[in-house]
Design a protein around this ligand. Structure first.
Ligand SMILES: Nc1ncnc2c1ncn2[C@@H]1O[C@H](COP(=O)(O)OP(=O)(O)OP(=O)(O)O)[C@@H](O)[C@H]1O
Length: 201
């Protein structure tokens, strides 16, 4: 009788220990999943654990890195300005008078990391009024950011190839001609001249 009681006790204790063990494992797995899920909300880790470097830029230095990162975490698809070969560019608005273009490059493979370093090296060395200014960068285990001056009118490429812009440009430059009347080769020549002026300047 005593043996039966002892056996029941052992079985009960084992079952309780097994259930508690399972609950602890489930809680740990849930915590891990939740952290991962929250981290990647909007594609930007909430706790980046990264390093932000601001170049001697009065504009970026006027913004604290905490505020900058807080705003960065709120970026979503509606802030996307465009995408390139290596990453996505977002409009980051700090306040009514301050905004940046932030290029996000995901990490994970050497090609992407290499792209970030190449762009950083080349852009950090260049300072020209016709070339967009790199204000700083942010690097973290999940992604890198390049912080650029915002070009509110978009890229030269979209200006030259987007039909709406072309029509506006043509109509503005040759007001006496209807947009559709400019022959393409002439426009191509203007295109080349414009680029030549920019490079020569
Ligand atoms: N400083 C900026 N201000 C405003 N829009 C920008 C800025 N930089 C990039 N963009 C927008 O984001 C798009 C993607 O830019 P990004 O530099 O990533 O690519 P790309 O230069 O077109 O190509 P690649 O990455 O292959 O060099 C551009 O076409 C442009 O519309």
């Amino acid at each position: 009788m005593a043996n039966a009681k002892e056996t029941t006790l052992y079985i009960t204790i084992s079952v309780i220990a097994f259930v508690i063990g399972k609950i602890i494992i489930a809680l740990l797995l849930y915590k891990r999943w939740k952290r991962k899920h929250t981290d990647l909300e909007n594609g930007f880790p909430v706790k980046g654990g990264g390093k932000m470097v601001m170049f001697r830029s009065p504009l970026l230095n006027s913004v604290s890195s905490d505020l900058f990162m807080k705003k960065t975490h709120k970026l979503s698809n509606k802030d996307i300005l465009g995408s390139g070969g290596f990453g996505t560019v977002y409009r980051l608005t700090i306040n009514e008078s301050t905004a940046f273009a932030v290029k996000r490059l995901n990490r994970g493979d050497s090609e992407r990391d290499g792209g970030f370093h190449r762009e950083l090296e080349s852009m950090a060395d260049i300072k020209h009024r016709n070339i967009v200014t790199l204000h700083g960068y942010y690097t973290s285990p999940h992604f890198n950011l390049l912080i650029y001056e915002l070009m509110p009118n978009g890229s030269l490429d979209s200006f030259l190839h987007d039909k709406t812009h072309v029509s506006t440009f043509v109509a503005g430059t040759f007001g006496y001609l209807a947009p559709g009347m400019i022959p393409l080769p002439l426009f191509r020549q203007l295109h080349i001249c414009l680029l030549w002026f920019i490079i020569e300047d």
